[in-house]
Design a binder for this molecule. Structure first.
Ligand code: ZN
Ligand code: ZN
Length: 324
Protein backbone atom coordinates (compact mmCIF):
# COMPACT_ATOMS: atom_id res chain seq x y z
CA UNK A 1 0.00 0.00 0.00
CA UNK A 2 1.27 3.43 -0.82
CA UNK A 3 2.10 5.98 1.78
CA UNK A 4 -0.81 8.21 2.48
CA UNK A 5 -1.27 11.19 4.65
CA UNK A 6 -4.27 11.99 6.68
CA UNK A 7 -4.98 15.39 8.05
CA UNK A 8 -6.27 15.54 11.55
CA UNK A 9 -6.76 18.56 13.70
CA UNK A 10 -4.22 18.73 16.48
CA UNK A 11 -5.61 18.81 19.95
CA UNK A 12 -3.44 20.59 22.39
CA UNK A 13 -3.74 19.37 25.89
CA UNK A 14 -0.56 20.70 27.34
CA UNK A 15 1.86 23.48 26.65
CA UNK A 16 5.47 23.26 27.78
CA UNK A 17 5.91 25.15 31.03
CA UNK A 18 7.39 28.63 30.66
CA UNK A 19 11.09 28.67 31.40
CA UNK A 20 12.60 30.96 33.99
CA UNK A 21 15.25 33.07 32.28
CA UNK A 22 17.72 35.72 33.47
CA UNK A 23 16.48 39.29 33.31
CA UNK A 24 17.88 41.31 30.44
CA UNK A 25 21.11 43.11 31.40
CA UNK A 26 20.86 46.89 31.84
CA UNK A 27 21.76 48.76 28.72
CA UNK A 28 24.89 50.83 29.15
CA UNK A 29 25.98 53.94 27.27
CA UNK A 30 29.75 53.71 27.80
CA UNK A 31 31.11 51.94 24.67
CA UNK A 32 34.11 50.46 26.53
CA UNK A 33 31.92 49.00 29.24
CA UNK A 34 29.50 47.78 26.60
CA UNK A 35 32.33 46.14 24.65
CA UNK A 36 33.74 44.47 27.76
CA UNK A 37 30.26 43.29 28.74
CA UNK A 38 29.74 41.92 25.26
CA UNK A 39 33.09 40.07 25.33
CA UNK A 40 32.35 38.61 28.75
CA UNK A 41 28.93 37.65 27.55
CA UNK A 42 30.38 35.96 24.49
CA UNK A 43 32.89 34.05 26.60
CA UNK A 44 30.05 32.99 28.84
CA UNK A 45 27.98 32.01 25.82
CA UNK A 46 30.91 29.95 24.52
CA UNK A 47 31.28 28.16 27.85
CA UNK A 48 27.55 27.65 27.98
CA UNK A 49 27.64 26.29 24.46
CA UNK A 50 30.23 23.65 25.33
CA UNK A 51 28.30 22.65 28.40
CA UNK A 52 25.13 22.59 26.40
CA UNK A 53 26.66 20.49 23.65
CA UNK A 54 27.72 17.95 26.21
CA UNK A 55 24.29 18.00 27.87
CA UNK A 56 22.62 17.67 24.50
CA UNK A 57 24.82 14.78 23.45
CA UNK A 58 24.04 13.02 26.73
CA UNK A 59 20.33 13.74 26.46
CA UNK A 60 20.28 12.76 22.81
CA UNK A 61 21.89 9.48 23.67
CA UNK A 62 19.40 8.84 26.46
CA UNK A 63 16.47 9.94 24.35
CA UNK A 64 17.63 8.23 21.19
CA UNK A 65 15.39 5.24 21.45
CA UNK A 66 12.50 7.14 22.97
CA UNK A 67 12.72 9.85 20.32
CA UNK A 68 12.89 7.35 17.53
CA UNK A 69 9.70 5.81 18.85
CA UNK A 70 8.01 9.05 19.77
CA UNK A 71 6.78 9.97 16.35
CA UNK A 72 5.44 6.52 15.75
CA UNK A 73 2.13 5.39 17.14
CA UNK A 74 1.52 1.73 17.87
CA UNK A 75 -2.07 0.69 17.16
CA UNK A 76 -3.92 -2.50 17.86
CA UNK A 77 -5.64 -4.21 14.92
CA UNK A 78 -9.03 -2.88 16.11
CA UNK A 79 -7.77 0.66 16.76
CA UNK A 80 -6.57 0.92 13.16
CA UNK A 81 -9.89 -0.36 11.86
CA UNK A 82 -12.27 1.65 14.01
CA UNK A 83 -10.11 4.71 14.72
CA UNK A 84 -8.97 5.95 18.10
CA UNK A 85 -7.29 8.75 19.95
CA UNK A 86 -3.62 8.28 20.72
CA UNK A 87 -1.54 10.26 23.14
CA UNK A 88 1.96 10.78 21.90
CA UNK A 89 4.90 12.44 23.55
CA UNK A 90 7.82 13.69 21.56
CA UNK A 91 10.53 16.31 21.57
CA UNK A 92 10.63 19.09 19.05
CA UNK A 93 12.39 22.37 18.44
CA UNK A 94 10.31 25.29 19.63
CA UNK A 95 10.93 29.04 19.67
CA UNK A 96 13.46 29.87 22.40
CA UNK A 97 11.54 31.48 25.28
CA UNK A 98 14.62 33.47 26.33
CA UNK A 99 15.24 35.39 23.10
CA UNK A 100 11.72 34.89 21.69
CA UNK A 101 13.25 33.20 18.69
CA UNK A 102 15.51 36.06 17.60
CA UNK A 103 18.71 34.26 18.58
CA UNK A 104 20.10 37.42 20.20
CA UNK A 105 20.89 37.46 23.92
CA UNK A 106 18.04 39.28 25.71
CA UNK A 107 18.78 43.02 25.86
CA UNK A 108 20.88 42.90 22.70
CA UNK A 109 19.70 43.25 19.15
CA UNK A 110 20.81 41.79 15.85
CA UNK A 111 22.94 44.32 13.95
CA UNK A 112 23.26 45.05 10.26
CA UNK A 113 25.70 42.62 8.67
CA UNK A 114 29.07 44.43 8.24
CA UNK A 115 30.11 42.19 5.35
CA UNK A 116 27.21 42.86 3.01
CA UNK A 117 25.96 46.06 4.57
CA UNK A 118 22.55 44.53 5.22
CA UNK A 119 21.68 43.56 1.65
CA UNK A 120 22.25 39.86 2.31
CA UNK A 121 24.10 39.39 -0.96
CA UNK A 122 27.61 39.85 -2.30
CA UNK A 123 28.13 41.37 -5.74
CA UNK A 124 31.29 40.74 -7.67
CA UNK A 125 32.16 42.26 -11.01
CA UNK A 126 34.19 40.03 -13.27
CA UNK A 127 36.86 42.35 -14.82
CA UNK A 128 36.92 40.66 -18.21
CA UNK A 129 33.28 40.44 -19.24
CA UNK A 130 31.94 43.17 -17.03
CA UNK A 131 29.48 40.66 -15.58
CA UNK A 132 28.08 40.94 -12.09
CA UNK A 133 27.74 37.77 -10.06
CA UNK A 134 25.49 37.87 -7.04
CA UNK A 135 25.97 35.39 -4.22
CA UNK A 136 24.29 35.06 -0.85
CA UNK A 137 26.33 36.62 1.93
CA UNK A 138 27.96 33.78 3.88
CA UNK A 139 28.30 35.93 6.97
CA UNK A 140 24.57 36.49 7.55
CA UNK A 141 23.22 33.69 5.31
CA UNK A 142 21.32 36.30 3.32
CA UNK A 143 19.35 37.75 6.21
CA UNK A 144 21.28 41.04 6.27
CA UNK A 145 21.64 40.80 10.04
CA UNK A 146 24.14 39.21 12.34
CA UNK A 147 23.84 38.52 16.03
CA UNK A 148 26.79 39.93 17.95
CA UNK A 149 25.86 38.21 21.21
CA UNK A 150 24.05 34.93 20.70
CA UNK A 151 21.34 33.92 23.15
CA UNK A 152 22.74 31.66 25.85
CA UNK A 153 19.70 29.44 25.98
CA UNK A 154 19.64 28.50 22.30
CA UNK A 155 23.21 29.40 21.22
CA UNK A 156 21.77 31.89 18.75
CA UNK A 157 19.60 29.41 16.90
CA UNK A 158 16.35 30.84 18.21
CA UNK A 159 15.06 27.35 18.97
CA UNK A 160 15.32 24.93 21.87
CA UNK A 161 14.22 21.32 22.15
CA UNK A 162 11.12 20.89 24.27
CA UNK A 163 8.98 17.91 25.03
CA UNK A 164 5.42 17.99 23.83
CA UNK A 165 2.39 15.90 24.55
CA UNK A 166 -0.55 15.82 22.13
CA UNK A 167 -3.57 13.71 21.38
CA UNK A 168 -3.76 12.45 17.81
CA UNK A 169 -7.10 11.51 16.30
CA UNK A 170 -6.52 8.39 14.25
CA UNK A 171 -9.30 7.98 11.66
CA UNK A 172 -10.96 4.60 11.06
CA UNK A 173 -9.40 2.51 8.31
CA UNK A 174 -5.71 3.36 8.61
CA UNK A 175 -3.02 0.74 8.14
CA UNK A 176 0.70 0.23 8.69
CA UNK A 177 2.93 2.15 6.29
CA UNK A 178 0.60 5.11 6.48
CA UNK A 179 1.32 8.23 8.42
CA UNK A 180 -0.76 11.01 9.84
CA UNK A 181 0.24 14.57 9.11
CA UNK A 182 -0.57 17.08 11.80
CA UNK A 183 -0.19 20.69 10.68
CA UNK A 184 1.74 22.99 12.95
CA UNK A 185 2.94 20.28 15.32
CA UNK A 186 6.34 19.89 13.72
CA UNK A 187 9.49 21.75 14.59
CA UNK A 188 9.73 25.52 14.72
CA UNK A 189 11.62 27.17 11.87
CA UNK A 190 14.90 28.92 12.74
CA UNK A 191 14.77 32.49 14.09
CA UNK A 192 11.06 32.58 14.89
CA UNK A 193 9.99 30.70 11.76
CA UNK A 194 6.60 28.93 11.70
CA UNK A 195 6.09 25.39 12.93
CA UNK A 196 6.32 22.64 10.33
CA UNK A 197 4.16 19.53 10.16
CA UNK A 198 4.43 16.50 12.37
CA UNK A 199 4.28 13.08 10.76
CA UNK A 200 3.18 10.20 12.91
CA UNK A 201 3.98 6.81 11.40
CA UNK A 202 1.57 4.03 12.28
CA UNK A 203 2.52 0.55 13.40
CA UNK A 204 -0.47 -1.76 13.40
CA UNK A 205 -0.22 -4.98 15.38
CA UNK A 206 -1.31 -8.16 13.67
CA UNK A 207 -4.38 -9.98 14.94
CA UNK A 208 -4.33 -13.60 16.05
CA UNK A 209 -7.36 -14.58 13.94
CA UNK A 210 -7.78 -11.98 11.23
CA UNK A 211 -5.50 -11.04 8.41
CA UNK A 212 -5.94 -7.71 6.74
CA UNK A 213 -5.82 -7.29 2.98
CA UNK A 214 -6.41 -3.61 2.33
CA UNK A 215 -10.03 -3.08 3.32
CA UNK A 216 -10.88 -6.77 3.42
CA UNK A 217 -10.42 -8.97 6.45
CA UNK A 218 -9.48 -12.58 5.88
CA UNK A 219 -10.39 -15.35 8.29
CA UNK A 220 -9.43 -18.99 7.98
CA UNK A 221 -12.27 -21.26 9.02
CA UNK A 222 -11.39 -24.82 9.97
CA UNK A 223 -14.07 -27.39 9.17
CA UNK A 224 -14.07 -31.02 10.12
CA UNK A 225 -14.81 -33.56 7.40
CA UNK A 226 -18.42 -33.97 8.52
CA UNK A 227 -19.11 -30.23 8.43
CA UNK A 228 -17.48 -29.96 5.01
CA UNK A 229 -19.32 -32.95 3.57
CA UNK A 230 -22.74 -32.31 5.10
CA UNK A 231 -22.74 -28.53 5.31
CA UNK A 232 -23.64 -26.61 8.45
CA UNK A 233 -24.53 -23.20 9.74
CA UNK A 234 -21.55 -22.07 11.81
CA UNK A 235 -20.67 -19.05 13.90
CA UNK A 236 -17.69 -17.13 12.61
CA UNK A 237 -15.93 -14.26 14.37
CA UNK A 238 -15.91 -10.89 12.58
CA UNK A 239 -14.48 -7.57 13.68
CA UNK A 240 -18.04 -6.63 14.75
CA UNK A 241 -18.69 -9.80 16.74
CA UNK A 242 -19.84 -13.25 15.68
CA UNK A 243 -21.92 -13.83 12.56
CA UNK A 244 -23.76 -16.89 11.30
CA UNK A 245 -22.47 -18.36 8.07
CA UNK A 246 -24.05 -21.20 6.08
CA UNK A 247 -21.44 -23.66 4.85
CA UNK A 248 -22.91 -25.67 1.96
CA UNK A 249 -22.57 -29.44 1.72
CA UNK A 250 -19.45 -30.46 -0.16
CA UNK A 251 -17.31 -27.50 0.86
CA UNK A 252 -13.67 -27.92 -0.14
CA UNK A 253 -10.50 -26.50 1.33
CA UNK A 254 -9.81 -23.07 -0.12
CA UNK A 255 -13.42 -22.28 -0.87
CA UNK A 256 -14.24 -18.69 0.08
CA UNK A 257 -17.33 -17.04 1.51
CA UNK A 258 -17.83 -13.31 1.52
CA UNK A 259 -19.47 -11.43 4.38
CA UNK A 260 -20.30 -8.08 2.80
CA UNK A 261 -19.54 -4.87 4.69
CA UNK A 262 -17.82 -6.71 7.50
CA UNK A 263 -14.40 -5.43 6.57
CA UNK A 264 -12.44 -2.27 7.22
CA UNK A 265 -14.06 1.16 6.70
CA UNK A 266 -12.75 3.09 3.69
CA UNK A 267 -10.58 5.99 4.74
CA UNK A 268 -11.95 8.76 2.53
CA UNK A 269 -15.35 7.48 1.53
CA UNK A 270 -18.27 5.76 3.15
CA UNK A 271 -18.66 2.02 3.17
CA UNK A 272 -16.52 -0.87 4.24
CA UNK A 273 -14.65 -3.76 2.75
CA UNK A 274 -15.73 -7.38 3.20
CA UNK A 275 -14.72 -10.25 5.38
CA UNK A 276 -13.53 -13.20 3.35
CA UNK A 277 -13.83 -16.55 5.05
CA UNK A 278 -11.48 -19.18 3.62
CA UNK A 279 -12.40 -22.74 4.49
CA UNK A 280 -9.86 -25.37 5.47
CA UNK A 281 -11.05 -28.91 5.80
CA UNK A 282 -9.14 -30.66 8.54
CA UNK A 283 -8.83 -34.43 8.26
CA UNK A 284 -8.65 -35.90 11.76
CA UNK A 285 -5.15 -37.10 12.62
CA UNK A 286 -6.45 -39.39 15.39
CA UNK A 287 -9.64 -41.38 15.45
CA UNK A 288 -11.33 -43.03 18.41
CA UNK A 289 -12.73 -46.55 17.99
CA UNK A 290 -16.22 -45.38 17.09
CA UNK A 291 -14.95 -42.89 14.52
CA UNK A 292 -12.65 -45.47 12.94
CA UNK A 293 -15.59 -47.87 12.63
CA UNK A 294 -17.76 -45.22 11.03
CA UNK A 295 -15.05 -44.19 8.58
CA UNK A 296 -14.50 -47.83 7.65
CA UNK A 297 -18.23 -48.19 7.01
CA UNK A 298 -18.13 -44.99 5.02
CA UNK A 299 -15.15 -46.21 3.00
CA UNK A 300 -17.17 -49.15 1.65
CA UNK A 301 -19.81 -46.76 0.35
CA UNK A 302 -17.40 -44.87 -1.91
CA UNK A 303 -16.97 -46.10 -5.47
CA UNK A 304 -13.19 -46.34 -6.02
CA UNK A 305 -13.74 -45.54 -9.73
CA UNK A 306 -15.61 -42.33 -8.94
CA UNK A 307 -13.47 -39.55 -10.39
CA UNK A 308 -15.64 -36.72 -9.17
CA UNK A 309 -14.10 -36.78 -5.70
CA UNK A 310 -10.58 -36.58 -7.02
CA UNK A 311 -8.72 -33.35 -7.30
CA UNK A 312 -7.49 -33.32 -10.85
CA UNK A 313 -5.02 -30.60 -10.12
CA UNK A 314 -4.28 -27.44 -11.95
CA UNK A 315 -3.76 -28.99 -15.39
CA UNK A 316 -6.99 -30.98 -15.02
CA UNK A 317 -8.96 -27.84 -14.16
CA UNK A 318 -7.56 -26.01 -17.17
CA UNK A 319 -8.43 -28.98 -19.39
CA UNK A 320 -11.93 -28.96 -17.93
CA UNK A 321 -12.29 -25.25 -18.56
CA UNK A 322 -11.12 -25.64 -22.14
CA UNK A 323 -13.43 -28.61 -22.68
CA UNK A 324 -10.55 -30.97 -23.58
ZN1 ZN B 1 17.38 32.01 22.45
ZN1 ZN C 1 25.64 39.72 5.25
Amino acid sequence: MSQEDTNTQPERNSQPAAEVVDAAPEATTDPNVAELAARLSQAEAQAAEYKDQWLRATADYKNFKRRADAERAGLSFEEAIFGCEKEIEFRRLEGCPSCKGSGAEPGTDPVRCPKCGGSGEMRQRAPLFNMVTVTTCDSCAGSGYVIPIPCRECRGEGRVRQSRHITVKVPAGVDSNQQIRISGEGEAGPRGGPFGNLYVALDVQPHELFLRDGNDVILELKLNVAQAALGEEVEVPTIDGSERLRIPAGTQTGQTFRLRNKGVPFLRQSGRGDQIVVSRVVVPSKLNDQQRKLFQELAHTFDPEDQSNRDEGFIGRIKDALGL
